[in-house]
Write a protein that binds this ligand. Structure first.
Ligand code: C5P
Length: 245
């Protein structure tokens, strides 16, 4: 069923390479090396802070799509301002923390309306958080009826949908459950995917790009497995080939 959701989307539009670098030159090198093969890049707080917005404008001017991973968690007025600034750079995706509540998500969505190509994606529970981290911050009481990270992810994803967000960020473990609960148009962007192995059986292994897309992801984000590979082009082509199978 979810194959329809992605029907016709070229693998190059589905693969987002994360440029987690502390300087522009290193990011530029990998963009040059991947060339026309890679169409979509994620820029996070590290590169944005180190290299500034000019590099993002440069990527957009070169015809690349940019996912600006701002992970916004601020008062609604400030979130709206940051989303407008992202939209003015020409980026395609920006992230907001759903844990900040409906107000900031709705402010982000509202601010994005002036930029028709801009999609607001909600982060749910940060993947490094455990059930006991949720108890520590007061979600669940730790007395046997604590909230699991999975149920918290689903709850926040529904909240994000109600607030008008265009999609969510989801780990490979969460994709299927989220796709089953969100509308068919929702974007489900999945980081934390592994480079596929070379044997055919390996491609269906949970956590590969192919498995994530099959489970309902609209996009996969891959970082160091490509950018820090001895041969980034062949690493990228393995991801591409995995999605073409
Ligand atoms: O691990 P990798 O280098 O592929 O990470 C690429 C991007 O995916 C990072 O910029 C990070 O924001 C995101 N990520 C994540 N959760 C993970 C792994 C990566 O959100 N478990």
């Amino acid at each position: 069923m979810w194959g329809n959701h992605n029907g016709g989307m070229e693998p190059t539009s589905q693969i987002i390479v994360a440029l987690d670098y502390d300087n522009r030159a290193a990011a530029q090198d990998i963009v040059d090396e991947l060339g026309d093969r890679c169409h979509f890049y994620k820029v996070g707080l590290e590169l944005l802070t180190a290299a500034g917005p000019e590099f993002i404008k440069h990527l957009v001017a070169r015809g690349k799509e940019v996912f600006l991973d701002l992970k916004l968690f601020e008062i609604p007025n400030s979130v709206a301002g940051a989303v407008r600034a992202a939209g003015a750079l020409g980026v395609s995706m920006v992230t907001v923390h759903s844990m900040g509540g409906t107000g900031i998500m709705a402010a982000a969505v509202d601010a994005a309306r002036d930029f028709p190509a801009l999609r607001v994606l909600a982060l749910t529970v940060v993947t490094s958080m455990t059930d006991s981290d949720l108890v520590d911050i007061g979600i669940g009481d730790g007395e046997g009826d604590g909230v699991s990270t999975e149920s918290q992810v689903l709850r926040l994803a529904r909240l994000a949908e109600q607030a008008g967000c265009h999609g969510v960020i989801a780990s490979p473990q969460e994709v299927q459950a989220l796709r089953g609960r969100l509308g068919g148009d929702a974007l489900v962007v999945t980081p934390g995917v592994a480079l596929p192995g070379d044997s055919p059986g390996e491609h269906a292994r949970p956590g590969t790009p192919r498995a994530a897309i099959a489970a309902g992801a609209s996009h996969v984000v891959i970082g160091r497995a490509v950018t820090r590979a001895m041969d980034p082009v062949s690493a990228f082509l393995r991801v591409y080939g995995d999605l073409q199978l």
